[in-house]
Design a protein around this ligand. Sequence first.
Ligand SMILES: *Cc1c(COP(=O)(O)O)cnc(C)c1O
Length: 424
Amino acid sequence: MLSTIPTIADAQILDAADPLSCFREKFLIPKHKGKDTMYFTGNSLGLQPRSAAEALKTELDDWAEHGVEGHLRARHPWMHYHELFSKPLASLAGALPSEVVAMNALTVNLHLLLVSFYKPEGTRTKIICEAKSFPSDRYALLSQINFHNLDPDENLIELSPRDGEHCLRVEDIEKAIFDAGDSLATVMIGGVNYYTGQLHNLQKITLAAHKVGAICGFDLAHGMGNVPFELHNWDVDFACWCSYKYMNSGPGAVSGIFVHERHHNSDIPRFEGWWGHDKSIRFDMSPSYISMGTVESWQLSNAPILNMAVHKASLEIFEDAGGIHALRERSLRLTAYLEKTVQAIASTTGTNLEIITPSNPVERGCQLSIVAHGQGRDLQDKLSEAGVIVDWREPDVIRMAPVPLYNSFEDIARFGHILAESLS
Ligand SMILES: *Cc1c(COP(=O)(O)O)cnc(C)c1O
């Protein structure tokens, strides 16, 4: 009955043949009854790198030894700590090092960026977003519109998929942008939708926004560390992300932003703080602000070193693995394997398992979202009792993300057999 679901032995052969399989060893896999769980929620909280504890200890030891002098004398001087992220984040975002910085938390950064990039003026007041955007993003957009004393009902254009479809078509997004025309101030879309796993065409959306004179930005919470981007070349205006999902930097870990270099020296409005001040003369403690002239001018506060220590350790793993393009190649194979497995289970068990994530690999990251028609919460309970960790959304949606750094083909095959048994 399970004959078309990949066997564990098949999966082990694929794992053995893949040079990136060894990176799983660099992570702490949560256990269930003494065995590794099948952990598919790296889209929600990435796993802990083994190197995280040592990285934290380095900073704790330097703090113990140097106190305040650690700002200059720590092994990685805290004063300049955020600069350690310029290159690795630039490589994940497809940006210049001067266009990315790690700071604050995600929703905080989204607000700071909207201060700069949502500037309603005259009749150009509208924002386009997805109807099913992440709730925090929606709250941020609504409150920004309210903050400008505008009516959210009139100024937030929320795009829904066509009837009977789950994902937005890029031509429909473009049409909405052209229809809004010069009433459109800003487009703000989740680069990878958290619910469906759809990867949007950032380049086309940005081009359309610019054609009508609007600003275009993306929330890449589900994108960074999952798929490669070319934010600079695609001419994206701004982006933000968190580091605790695909970047494995720990619960609530530091966010990051991208601001295209063409905005760095413009007289764009910005909320300012001392960490955005020209660092060569920051400690002159001058009463007036002189901008860093790079994305660093969006920084407000000195860096949260303990939190960033894990981020640093985590990003080193991406480099060791050969970067995001190498990981994406493995990711495409893992997700295709999961897709085939789910399809085999649907046909062998006669269950309607509808994958709502686009089937075209170019339009998705690693996550698949599956509607388990006719199933309920007890399916989720059965899975978790068997050591499978997936994200369940009421009433019947399973979201799962095979992460190329630590998930294996074997995880997927083991999951497949458990799901099939749970359904039959
Ligand atoms: C995870 C996620 C958030 C969470 O925001 P925090 O400020 O980090 O709590 C916001 N937006 C999107 C799109 C997300 O995926």
